[in-house]
Design a protein around this ligand. Sequence first.
Ligand code: NAD
Length: 487
Amino acid sequence: MTLSFDPGSLALPVGHFIGGRLIPAEGVIPMQRPSDGESAGFCPLADAGIVDQAVENARAALKSSGWGAVAPRDRTRAMQAWADLIEADVAVLGRLEAVSSTRLISQVPPFDIGVTAEQIRFFAELADKECGALVPTRDASLGMIMDEPIGVIGAITPWNFPITMAGWKLGPALAAGNAVVLKPSELTPWSAIRLAELAVKAGIPAGIINIVLGDGPVTGNALTGHPGVGKVSFTGSTGAGQAIMGNVARTGIKPVTLELGGKSPQVVFADADIALAARCIAGSILFNAGQACVAGSRVLVEESVAPALADALIAHFTAVKPGKTWEEGGDFSPVISSRQIARMDGIIGAARDQGAEVLTGGAQMDRPGYYYQPTILAGVTQNSPAVTEEIFGPVLTFQTFASDDQALQMADHPTYGLCSGVYTKDLSRAVRMTRGIEAGTIWVNRYGRSRDHVLPTGGYKSSGIGKDLGREAYHANRRSKSVLIDL
Ligand code: NAD
């Protein structure tokens, strides 16, 4: 089957998905296709009334279907069937993903769809394995920690990996016996609706997954502040995470999981395999054109191997093949918007003015759409915005260090702590760096998540609170009740 498609030919599910069916709604938020800058249609905007309808449907569905109370294996079976349908749905789900996002249709089946299906299976399998505990008490009593679903989870996701991010939220929440009201990004709303349709087809009760479309200030705000939502699970920028914490605090008390931004260092020592390090670094910042929270956007390299690493990186950076998201053949994505192009120009321009040297790239590509040349900036200082700000594009800063202590000091970011790469053949040094770097994930002699979904993901400092993936994500969607029975 050819994956390429005509973006104008797709039937878009313009509406909200509530109670197991599409509720058509007028599209009002203009969307653009990053690949050519043309209109991608209009996204509806759910107001507080629609959000309320979705939350009430979710609560009613929990009660009527018993989703949180059935034998956990029943949830496992339904979710496994859902994962199978997701995997088989490239023709519709894959195209709805690629039509308005930066995800290349050739990468969507193995990554966005394949990984998501695997993660849903991982969480489905946890449903009947994780449990509460009997605790030691006096002989005359029985102490238990009962583990229960929370109720309705309010989930909000970003545009950079729409299906995958929805899967991160829906997988653990559903396995743990909750219902979800999900608000995807207004820039990439369509694939979430299809995921929900497939869930109903797979036997997950109608109303357990509800999708409301809209922006942050109206729809997102109504969702995070809704009293019927028992927990907020958010992935997006640190600024929006702060706003959400504020709104949750103003409107009530509920747990929040926040997966936020990063500015992750990649520390390369002289004893490292330089070809491997270059491959990993290039992969991390070129995949989805650097629009990944975990993008390893700051290279710190020991002075003696800096020229060799720079040459190897430039070779990778100049070999990319930009492609439209709906055409097979390319391997390099556009960035999401013209605003993002202007922002990158601004940060790179400011760095140049402060004396930075552009080793490669540094400008928009000369072609339609929002493609930016893979860029390496050397000679940047620690306080340059190029080094401190999350750029969210294919832009790498390149700095050198002279000692392990200096590497550690430079790796430390004033606010972010999402992840880090370390490249060395010296095991002791790898462990010292792993202990010293403040980040939620450290990769040694590799960069990026594997398909070992048991590893939790989440940030330190302003990169977030709590974990997605792993058993931690399942438990973050449960709450515990202590019971003491006198016999
Ligand atoms: P964003 O924060 O602009 O938007 C994310 C989502 O939040 C969107 O659905 C948006 O509509 C909504 N939103 C915005 N303001 C809101 C508010 N006040 N209340 C409720 N909802 C609100 O982020 P983005 O541009 O879509 O995505 C890029 C960001 O996401 C980057 O910072 C990236 O690092 C981060 N991200 C983090 C992870 C992680 O796991 N840590 C994963 C992917 C992306």
